[in-house]
Design a protein around this ligand. Structure first.
Ligand code: SF4
Length: 686
């Protein structure tokens, strides 16, 4: 007899609720549920992305037992041996080099918020360092930094359902059709209901194809375009003077900074027609309700934080906050990247975005956890190669639910970094590329095999539930981390995820009313939810009071900077990494689903413009070598008239044709997010 288990899709921040269909202890299908964000709909990955739970071993096998590297080979061992070995090695490294020689990650993927809470607590209370970070660093790190500066909260101001009830959608560097199909559905509905759609993207994406106005800017020129928008708002007197005077600060500095960015000057940098710049800002300013949505086309540049602040400034100048159907939306990519940030898997904040450098906050956590906590901010994940290879500062890495060899830029440098370290722990569900460099591999339960909470991109806590028993001897992530902590002399004895969640809530005013019970009753809770009788918050900044120290929104503009690595004679084209709809992240999950793996398989393609293909003598389907200053890979050419001359695009999911062998490690100076969207390459026909 089968049963249905209500849970949340593990693949993107849309947070779609679904039922897993279980028969004889196996998942045999999925059905959409009537969740707040998806209202009875799922995309391809939601419908077919559960099959990896059955371990079909298409791409790689599920980890079932812990392993330790002995004489160069990973060998299966008992849990007792693995935990003891891990605890002894970490203790020895901590004693020899100090706690800051150890780095840990959270995981924005399947483990859930409770496991992230336990991991950051382990790094802070047991190891004694704030060296905890996760893959938000390589995606929406600039949103957290930029929006916190401008508005006070580093998250989506409004809700996913509101997307279809606005008058104008301004979509910037964001291809929802591929990354968040259920959000894309809302965008289409908004259009059907009469909303104006403006898309700024170098590539003619699916969103651009339905746009009323497409602004095909040159890659790497976002800041110049955003400055020009601000210029038009001020020069044409389109900004809301009363709103700006009452709720916003920094107007005079902002006005001076954008003065030189006339639409004509911006056209000379961005290639976007001056008249289009004027037209879209008139439309944006005059709309009663207008919403900005953005994605990796903003965040994965070395000037990302500035652009996030610049986009928030446009909404501040026009009073598009504090109501339904307005605001700014960084649409988080991985299913729980919002949650990993919420839980403090970041080097500068405890759970609930509470600063590690604030003595009062630190004291609160010290009292709760019974330890003395470190005072200084920890390392960023993207700094680790430099800190290992150049400064010899980091000796051990506890990698939990991430695969940096596949997902981080400059893969050769990441491999060299891992090889140089004294001790690498990989805790995951599959044998991924990073695990090949591990000293210890700890097998964890997957989504579908454990309980917990995910946060959707619009701050929505929702329960995930166990549908089936895990294979082999695997254990939940929070339990593994707790056992290592206990073996290191800091007992952690949680009995279930609700106990962890309640400990977290007691320490985080923003989340304190979001109990499991309330999530069950309401289907989910959007933070802030400061008390037991609070229902949660669909949109932030009601009454136009921002979460900054003085309650005002902060305007920001600065000079545009060109991307660091420019094309030249040797490397004449640019490469940008993108995603495809049927696959997720490093593909260990979707690549091990029979239906999804049949849709597209190795290797990844390189999208190239017809003009460049013709001048290089490349035809559609030709194998080409793709070469950058850091590496060389092979992929098939896919000629596309959606791509500008001089630009190329590759998806980063694939093991063969792994484009992060090519990408550079230029970082945004504030968020330390890599410039995945722009590096120089050349193509050679094979
Ligand atoms: Fe899952 Fe995202 Fe698709 Fe929804 S839109 S079903 S959350 S992958």
């Amino acid at each position: 007899m089968g049963n249905k288990v209500l849970t949340v899709c593990p693949y993107c921040g849309s947070g779609c609720q679904m039922h897993l269909l279980v028969e004889d202890g196996k998942v045999v299908g999925a059905e959409p549920a009537d969740g707040r964000t998806n209202e009875g709909n799922l995309c391809l990955k939601g419908h077919y992305g559960w099959d990896f739970l059955n371990d079909p071993q298409i791409l790689t096998a599920r980890l079932r037992k812990p392993m330790i590297r002995k004489e160069g080979v990973l060998r299966e061992v008992s849990w007792e041996e693995a935990i003891q070995f891990t605890a002894e090695k970490l203790t020895a490294i901590k004693e020899k080099y100090g706690p800051d020689a150890i780095m840990g990650t959270g995981s924005a993927r399947g483990p859930g918020n409770e496991a992230n809470y336990v991991m950051q607590k382990f790094m802070r209370a047991v190891i004694g360092t704030n060296n905890i970070d996760h893959c938000a660093r390589v995606c929406h790190g600039p949103s957290v930094a930029g929006l916190t500066y401008s508005l006070g909260d580093g998250a989506m101001s409004n809700s996913i359902p509101e997307i279809e009830d606005t008058d104008l959608l301004f979509i910037f560097g964001y291809n929802a059709a591929v990354t968040h199909p259920i959000v894309a559905r809302r965008i289409v509905r908004a259009k059907q209901k009469g909303a104006t759609i403006i898309v700024s993207d170098p590539r003619k994406t699916e969103s651009a194809r339905i746009a009323d106005t497409w602004l095909p800017l040159k890659g790497g020129t976002n800041m110049a375009l955003v400055n020009a928008f601000g210029h038009v708002l001020i020069e044409e007197d389109l900004f809301d003077k009363e709103y700006t005077a009452n709720y916003v600060e920094g107007f005079e500095e902002y006005k001076a900074s954008v003065k030189k960015y006339t639409p004509e000057y911006a056209e000379s940098i961005t290639g976007v027609k001056a008249n289009d710049i004027r037209k879209v800002m008139r439309q944006y300013a005059k709309s009663n309700k207008a919403m900005i949505l953005y994605g990796m086309g903003v965040c994965q540049f070395a000037q990302a934080v500035d652009v996030v602040k610049g986009l928030a400034s446009l909404a501040l100048l026009t009073g598009h906050f504090g109501r339904s159907g307005v605001g700014i939306g960084p649409v988080r990519g991985q299913n729980n990247v919002q949650g990993s940030c919420d839980m403090g898997a970041l080097p500068n904040v405890y759970p609930g975005y509470q600063s590690v450098t604030d003595p009062k906050i630190r004291k609160k956590f010290e009292k709760a956890w019974g330890v003395t906590l470190p005072e200084k901010t920890g390392y960023h994940l993207t700094e680790i190669p430099h800190l290992v290879l150049k400064e010899d500062k980091v000796k051990a890495y506890y990698i939990f639910g991430e695969d940096p060899v596949q997902s981080d830029p400059n893969a050769a440098e990441v491999r060299e970094t891992l090889e140089k370290m004294e001790f690498v722990i990989v805790q995951d569900i599959f044998m991924n590329k990073t695990a090949l460099h591990a000293d210890v591999v700890l097998p964890a339960t997957s989504w579908g095999e454990h309980e917990g909470v995910y946060s959707s991109a619009d701050r929505g806590f929702q329960r995930i539930r166990k549908a089936i028993d895990p294979p082999g001897e695997v254990k939940p992530d929070w339990q593994i981390i707790s056992e290592v902590a206990t073996a290191m002399g800091y007992p952690m004895s949680y009995r279930n995820t609700e106990e962890i969640w309640d400990e977290m809530r007691a320490l985080c005013p923003k989340f304190s009313g979001a109990s499991y019970k309330k999530m069950e009753e309401q289907g989910g809770v959007q933070w802030p939810c400061p008390s037991e009788d609070h229902p949660g918050t669909p949109y932030l900044y009601e009454g136009n009071r921002f979460s900054t120290l003085n309650g005002k929104g902060r305007l920001f503009a600065c000079e545009w900077r060109a991307p660091l690595e420019q094309p030249d004679q040797e490397y004449p084209l640019t490469l940008s990494t993108v995603r495809e709809v049927g696959h997720y992240s490093v593909r260990t999950m979707t690549g091990n689903c029979r239906a999804l793996s049949q849709l597209s398989d190795e290797p990844g393609n390189i999208q190239i413009s017809p003009g460049d293909a013709s001048s290089l003598g490349i035809e559609d389907g030709h194998l080409v070598s793709i070469i950058s200053r850091r590496g060389k890979i092979v992929a098939r050419a896919q000629i596309s008239d959606r791509v500008k001359t001089g630009a190329t695009y590759m998806t980063y999911h694939f093991w063969i044709g792994a484009c992060n062998e090519l990408t550079g490690d230029a970082l945004d100076p504030v968020s330390k997010t890599p410039e995945y969207k722009y590096c120089a390459i050349r193509l050679e026909k094979i």
